[in-house]
Design a protein around this ligand. Sequence first.
Ligand SMILES: NC(=O)c1ccc[n+]([C@@H]2O[C@H](COP(=O)([O-])OP(=O)(O)OC[C@H]3O[C@@H](n4cnc5c(N)ncnc54)[C@H](O)[C@@H]3O)[C@@H](O)[C@H]2O)c1
Length: 246
Amino acid sequence: MGRLEGKIAWITGAGSGIGAATARRFASEGAIVAVNDLNVAGGNQLVKQIQEAGGQAEFFLGSVTDIAKVQEIVQTLVAKYGRLDLLVNNAGVLRDAMMAKMTEEQWDTVIDTHLKGSWLCARAALEQMKIQGSGVITNTSSTSARGNIGQANYAAAKAGIWGLTKTLALEYGKYGIRVNAIAPGFIETPMTDQIPDMLRERAISSIPLRRIGQPEDVANLHLFLASDEAAYITGQIIYVDGGVKI
Ligand SMILES: NC(=O)c1ccc[n+]([C@@H]2O[C@H](COP(=O)([O-])OP(=O)(O)OC[C@H]3O[C@@H](n4cnc5c(N)ncnc54)[C@H](O)[C@@H]3O)[C@@H](O)[C@H]2O)c1
C-alpha cells in the first residue's frame, strides 16, 4: 500500500525538474497525478514514463496564471474522480536582473507565475477541499526569499509565498486542510543548469553537505508533507537546502 494510495494530486510545473521528480514519487506511492505545465513535450513524456512504471497520470496543458484554465483543471479532476486531495504549487520561472535594469515585464512575469499563480491554484483547490473537509497544499518558496542579488522579483515572490502559506494555514486548518511551503536551496534542474561552473563550485563550498541538491531530495519532502505522516504539520516553511540556512 503506497503512502498516497488513491489520492488525487495536482502538481503545477510538473513537466520538468522538481515537479517531475515529485510527480514520479507521488505516482510511485499510489497517487493519481495531474501533471500540469506549459511544456507539452515534457509533460507528455513524464506521463508516459509514469504509466510505463505502472503509475497513473494525465497531462493538463495550461498556465497557473490563467484563471479559467486553473478552474477547468479542478472541475475536470472533480468530475472524473469526485475529489482533489493534494496540490503542489511548484511552477516557476526566473527573469533575473539587477534592480536598476529590471523591467516591468520581468517583475510581472515572476510575481504572476510564483505568487499570483500559487494563490489562484490554491483558491480553486481550496473550494473543493473545503467541501471534502480534507486536503493538503504545499507551496514552493526558496532560500532566495531571504534576499538574493539579481533576484528582487523572485525573492519578493518567494517571500510572499511565506505569508500566503501561513495565512491559508490559519484560515483553513478548521476544515482539515494543511498548507505548508518548502524552501529549496540550490537544486540541479533545467532552472539552474545555466549557472557557470565557477559559481557552482563556490556554491558547493558554502553548502554544509557539500553537494548540489537533486530534484529527488525535494520530492521526498513533498511526499512527506503530502502524506498522513505530516498530519499535525501546517503553516510551516521547511528548508531542503543541504544546511545553507541553518
Ligand atoms: N532549482 C532550484 O535550485 C530551486 C531552488 C529554490 C526554489 N526552486 C523552485 O522550485 C520550483 C521548480 O523549479 P525547477 O528548478 O524544477 O525548475 P524547472 O524550470 O525545471 O521547472 C519549472 C516548470 O514550471 C513550468 N512553468 C513555468 N511557468 C508556468 C506557468 N505559468 N504555468 C504552468 N507551468 C509553468 C515550466 O514549464 C517548467 O516545466 C520553482 O518554483 C522554483 O522557483 C527551485
